[in-house]
Design a protein around this ligand. Sequence first.
Ligand code: IPM
Ligand code: MG
Length: 355
Amino acid sequence: MKICVMPGDGIGPEIVAQGLKVLEVVGEKFGHKFEVEEALIGGVAIDEKGVPLPDETVKACKSADAVLLGAVGGPKWDNIDPAIRPERGLLGIRKELALFANLRPAALFPQLKDACFLRPDIVEKGIDVMVVRELTGGIYFGEPKGEGEENGERYGYNTMIYRESEIRRIAKIAFEAARKRNKRLCSVDKANVLDVSRVWREIVIEVSKDYPDVELNHMYVDNAAMQLVRDPSQFDVIVTGNLFGDILSDEAAVITGSIGMLPSASVGASNPGLFEPIHGSAPDIAGEDKANPLATILSIAMMLRYSFDLDKEASYIESAVEKTLSAGLRTGDIMDEGGNLVGCKAMGEAVIKNL
Ligand code: IPM
Ligand code: MG
């Protein structure tokens, strides 16, 4: 099994290093050989190659069986030409690998319920939401887009566009995911205002005919944002477009306590999947051994499950993470009263000990 690893910027290299150690131990225990090849993306790629997504990186990803990513971006590249911002590397590789579906599970670890921002009576009902975000279309990629100047006034614009085929394929992924979970799907749009959303809703309803066992409802995005904090237990799977999904997945993640815990998988029809923590590069703590490696470790579990069908190995990692949390180990982002504060390395080592 060939894995292309892109540590990226900020805390990326630290968290990925811990993830890879876990992978190695799992490989040894179960007799699997994981071949790891590193590639550049984001700011480090700009520094070394002048572009955020060098051709070699795209090639390395395409010839791998799965891709692991740390994080991209940082203040160092904030004032760079927007065409080569580090984020372009991430958007570019999603597009190159045609990873149209982004699965972002946001579940509350019972061990971390005190780190949760919501009221105890709300937390009591549990949080276990899977956000299925469309990842290669919508306003992120829609044309025309650009900046200009007219009558001495500057303007900027983007296009939010979804084609039937794009909506159909992401809806299918979401219905399938719901089928494997609690069989409830909420499609989030802004159909009271946006034409693109009305088409989105129409197509989702059409696809639902093939999934009579899944209960479908629709919600406007502003209401969904509110409902997520008011009563997250009402959600099972959420399906939505690229921009709404970007926003709602951060929200879903943080209400569980910390975005430092949550993994994600980006998948397409055939290319290798890409697995990454949903948090960013956290430049403020980079290199200080303070980052939480658990989201990356859990992303590796997702990789084993989705790309390699190694369910048992994935559960093995997930229970090691739970054991580590039960033992009271906490990085700064999930620290609570009575927790034992540890750094990135110590957290990774503890997970390995619990494997
Ligand atoms: C994410 C990030 C990216 C996005 C950025 C870094 C381009 O916020 O993965 O959610 O907007 O998709
Ligand atoms: Mg985001």
